[in-house]
Design a protein around this ligand. Sequence first.
Ligand code: GTP
Ligand code: MG
Length: 339
Amino acid sequence: QLDPLPPITPEFVSVLNKVCEQCYTDFAPDELEVSVREHILQDLETFVRRQFAGARLQLFGSSKNGFGFRQSDLDICMVLEGQDDGACIHIIESLARQLKKHPGLKNILPITTAKVPIVKFVHVRTSLEGDISLYNTLALHNTHLLASYAAIDRRVKILCYVMKVFAKMCDIGDASRGSLSSYAYTLMVLFFLQQRNPPIIPVLQEIYDGKKKPEVLVDGWNVYFFDDLKTLPSRWPEFGKNTETVGELWLGLLRFYTEDFDFREHVVCIRQQCRLTTFNKQWTSKYIVIEDPFDLNHNLGAGLSRKMTNFIMKAFINGRTVFGTPIKAFPPIYPSQME
Ligand code: GTP
Ligand code: MG
């Protein structure tokens, strides 16, 4: 029931490339903004240590994974040396009480009922929102994994930005309102890039020396992946073979998820090259199934209602038509027409 797409002209590919590049240049933070984030983190760590002497704060999420926006939130993970994660809720509450005394922060809000308890805050001077979670160690590892993929090829970075902008514009990118998180969409982009022929990125979790995959256990999950990226060209035969442009890949991605990928049958899974089925995982009750690369019990699509699933699929179908239909150049807009 999909509209057939007209042939794509080289001129239109160049328009698509420009749109994709523009997304990246418009939304990526510059060096100054990156250093402001580090500065806020340092200041917070010093402040928090007045009450929690052994506390260590670390940024994760899009401040560190290579796909941050200028106004992306500050995701911070706190670890207390010499303590396990037993008294999590108690610590979050007392952390919130302490942060309320910080003059540079406002809107302090502890959320202790969520799967991962957090304290939310707003940094007054920059208006950046932030949250501090405790012992969110897997998130530190998945951040490092995403950052490694981003470092392999510039097109990875650009496409993940385009995907995030697309999700925000279509109103399908806010997990707190029942849709999918940025993290989930990033996994969808990475999966597509692994499945492309030839692939743009490898499966880093499947590259290792010897016969057996090394085990690096965190919270009971194996977080091993190949991160010696300098040597990747000699370790991965497909390196550099795909020469498609970002514009072609973006349209390719929209077509992949609307024409090729069978959501009913398969899982979006970036930890293995071989297709994983929803049946294998016993995740057949949901249409969009996205497996976390480390926490294999976690389906990022688990919270989607049927209505939201349809809404997301429609956004992809419309996106395919919009980005797949060449248009004549727009007439110039003059300032007087803009009111
Ligand atoms: P923006 O904030 O939208 O720019 O992107 P983000 O990647 O920072 O997303 P978000 O703030 O929602 O999440 C922060 C980080 O938490 C992600 O990058 C992941 O590292 C981690 N994360 C988010 N959702 C999940 C999840 O469902 N499972 C796990 N294991 N980690 C998650
Ligand atoms: Mg974030």
